[in-house]
Design a protein around this ligand. Structure first.
Ligand SMILES: [Mg+2]
Ligand SMILES: [Zn+2]
Length: 186
């Protein structure tokens, strides 16, 4: 039996954000660990959060260019019992608040709480495209005009499998994010 995709964290302002951009929409998909926050390993607390340099600027540019911002993140720490879904959701709410304060709100965070050791057959864990495909449908987003930014090949594989055309890999945080925004013509 395939595992169902977990219900995403929907930003409290999602409706307004969607109302501002008519469908078919375009979105910039962002991996979380290594793209939004520095990947210190299973980060799930504000005090352990270090933002990747340049991420707020990149999000601002993407937003100005008419992209919705959607986070898609593998969270095997849940399957491993390092933190609960409730703890993950509380942390996600905090992350959303920080980006809203900067004027670049996320619409939603999709997460995969599984790990192949514990839940074979999951369709959400990247490189599977499940989370992206769900977001495309949920928000009437047209895949062709979308990009995913990730720090692992599996992020790009997920994007490609979902039909996203402008995917980018981060090599080193600061410079890469700057060049990515140029490449994407944001
Ligand atoms: Mg990552
Ligand atoms: Zn999953």
């Amino acid at each position: 039996m395939p595992v169902e995709i977990a219900k995403p964290y929907l930003d409290p302002h999602a409706e307004e954000l969607l109302a501002a951009i008519p469908a078919p929409r375009k979105a910039l998909f962002l991996d979380r660990d290594g793209v939004i926050n520095v990947d210190h390993g299973y980060v799930h607390k504000p005090e352990d959060t270090e933002w990747v340099p340049g991420i707020f600027k990149l999000c601002a540019e993407a937003q100005r260019a008419g992209y919705l911002l959607v986070v898609v993140t593998n969270q095997a720490g849940i399957a491993r019992g390092y933190y609960s879904v409730e703890e993950f959701m509380a942390y996600t709410r905090w992350v959303h608040e920080q980006f809203a304060l900067k004027g670049t709100p996320f619409v939603a965070t999709y997460y995969c709480p599984h790990h192949p050791e514990f839940a074979p057959g999951c369709e959400c864990r990247k490189p599977s495209p499940g989370m992206i495909s769900a977001a495309l449908a949920d928000f009437e987003i047209e895949a062709m005009n979308c990009a995913i930014i990730g720090d692992k090949k599996t992020d790009l594989q997920a994007g490609l499998a979902a039909g996203l055309m402008k995917n980018r890999l981060i090599y080193s945080a600061n410079k890469s994010l700057f060049y990515i925004s140029r490449e994407l013509d944001l």
